[in-house]
Structure formats: structure tokens, C-alpha cells
Design a protein around this ligand. Sequence first.
Ligand SMILES: [Zn+2]
Length: 437
Amino acid sequence: MKVFVIDSNQQPLDPCSAGKARQLLAKGKAAVYRRYPFTIILHREVEESEPQPLRFKIDPGAKTSGLALVNDQTGEVVWAAELQHRGWQIKDALESRRSLRRGRRGRKPRYRPPRFDNRTRPDGWLAPSLMSRIYNIETWFNRLRQRCLINSVSIETVRFDMQKMENPEISGVEYQQGELHGYEVREYLLEKFNRTCAYCSKTDVPMEIEHINPRSRGGSNRISNLTLSCQPCNQKKGNQTASEFGHPEVEAQAKKPLRSAAAVNMTRREIQRRFFDLGLSVEVSTGGRTKYNRSVRNLPKTHWLDAVCVGQSTPDELKLDSVRPLLIKAMGRGQRQVCDTDKFGFRRKKSNGEFNAPRLIKRTRGFQTGDIARVQVPKGNNKGNYIARIASIRKTGSFTIKPLGGKKTFTSTYKNCQIVHHSDGYDYNLGEAFASA
Ligand SMILES: [Zn+2]
């Protein structure tokens, strides 16, 4: 993976190789600016720098989004990441807050006129759990934009391009007769008919695209006239229609669009809108296209490789060797709940009778939960050097330490810790390095 470089005025320069960065650091010409994403800052100004433009590519997902920076000219993947969202956590936290509130306000009821219908939602309102996914992606886009030149964005907005599949005429000859059209139609049918033969329900056999009203009798190539069948059934059906063959239900199912494909994903649309507003050149694409790009290049299915393969602009030759995706996990920034409750919703008291105020103290001795630190434990069971996340701080200065890379958590004093990356709402790990098969 490449290292981001900025000059002393924090102007982005071309990313450099890890070896080059090591050299610059060793010679004292640069310093580490941020650890995630790894960025170095030169000690000098660079006048008239013209960094190469990069393309930011996104494959948004409900749990995990793939992110990638690709150089369209060279086909080089400069940076890649998998960003894990916390949508469900947010939903749970809001539900918990709501039920605590209801309980509290219901406990000592006095009469109040109802005021439940005095709230409005602005146009285009999305649930907080959905917005958090959008904010995560936006945050990372903004962080990267400070470290390199991004002039275009590719984003996967829908799983299948329904409009193009229904009316192949609208998008020109290339799409109509190209390989991609057939591919996208096939993937769509596989998903719609659950990878089984529509007539005998066999799975795990080679499937053929089958015309419900056969071509020989004027049946069209439209998606609503297509289904999947195994070869024997296709043969047996010959030039009968599905109803004549004894399967009127297949005809009915084919007429209905696939729900997940028809419902455009709200989050994806909102992300797209926000990038359009920024005035960047935005390419929108479909999941079918991503999968096609990935399989013609023989790449395995991962979130970050999906991001690399989004859109028509994907370079033919991708340089992927030794790319290690950064695994980013959204952690939030702690809570502001004033009083802890037990599982029944009652306030928890400490032994001295005070109420427990769980996380009101955010910092102690210069540390905060979520800081990433170099931890040097001189003796004891956990003796050694670690790069670790400070999983939680305590006023006493005894911290819970979670080493990166999945080693066992332990407790250590703040005296052993030295911050290398201040808490920024995310947790980090490095994924497997890519090696071409
Ligand atoms: Zn069959």
C-alpha cells in the first residue's frame, strides 16, 4: 500500500511507496502526520506540485462498505479499505433511550395536554442509523481528500440496472449487444429464481436462459419473458409456452419485478446526491457491472475488491499486488448518558449511595477511550511491546488495553502508554495483503 504525503503547508502530494517513506523518515526529511490512514508530512514546502488525480470508489453496504483509491491512468490501486458501520448499534441505542424516557415520564404522571403531533421531519429525512452510514463514508472521503488529489468518484447505486434491462433500446447498441447486458440479465434471473430451475426446482445444475413465450412464436427478449431452466426441462418444453407446459405460476412470477432490485437503496441514493453536490465528476454504476468487472479480472469477492471494480471506468489492468486493505470499524464517540441503569431501567447506585455516572469523564491523564497507543509493559504476564487501542479509561489511570491484531485484552497503567493516534471515532486493523493467484 502507498503512503500519503503532504508538504509543510499540508498540501497533498503524490502518494509514495512504503520504502520511500521509510527513507524520508530515517533521513529526517519528514515526520509521521497521521497513522490512519498512514500519512507523512515533509519538512519543506513544495511549490507547484501537480499530484496525479485519483478516483475514489465506493461499494456501499449495510454492514460494511468497500472503499478504494484508484489511479485510472496506471491502473494502480493506491489505497483500499473496508469500513464497518454501526447502523444497528445506533438503532438499539435510540430504542433504549426512548424506552427509558417513556418509563421516566410515565412514573410520576401529571396531566399534560398531548403534544405528540408537533414534530415535523424535513424533506429527505433519513433514519439516524442510515445517516450514520452516509456520514462514515463522507468522513473518510474528506480525510482522503486532504491527503491526495481526488477528481472523480465512482459509486455503486443499485444492484441491477432495471431500466436498462427493461428497455435495452434506450442505452444504445453497446449495452444492448454487449457482453455486460447478457451478464447482468443472467445474474438478475439467478437471483430472482433463486438459482433453481423454474420447472423442476433442481439446483446446482447448469442453467439456461429460457423464453416463457418461445422466440419461435414471437416471444420477446424482455426480462419479463425470461426465466431459468435446466437443460432437460428447456428441451422438453420445446416451443410450448410456460402455461401450456403446465407452469402458469412461472409466467406470473416473471411479470413481477424483483423487490430488492426495484427498491432503490435509500442510503446509496443519498450518498450519490451528496457527491453530485460537491461538483465532482460522479460515475454511477450497478452491482451487476461490479460483479462482471470482478469476474473478468478473476478477483475474489471482498468488499474492497468490489469497490475497486465499481463502474465502467475500471482500468483493464489493475495493479493490486501487496495492497493491504485497512479494516476500519466505526466505534462512535462514547455516550452522554448521565446515569447508568440496570437491565430493568432503574438507576444504578454505587455502594456509597451516589448514582453511577458512567462515562461523563472523557479524559484522564491526557488519555481518552479510543486512543491508539504504543504500550510497553516491562514485566508480568503481559510483558512486551504493543500497538493497542485503549478500550476504556478509568479515573484511577488503570486502562483496558486491546492490542491491534486480535491479541488478548489486558489492563495496564497509563504510565506504560504513549499515544500514537488520537481517538477519532474509528478502530483500525490491517487486512490480508492481496496476492494474485
Ligand atoms: Zn428443470
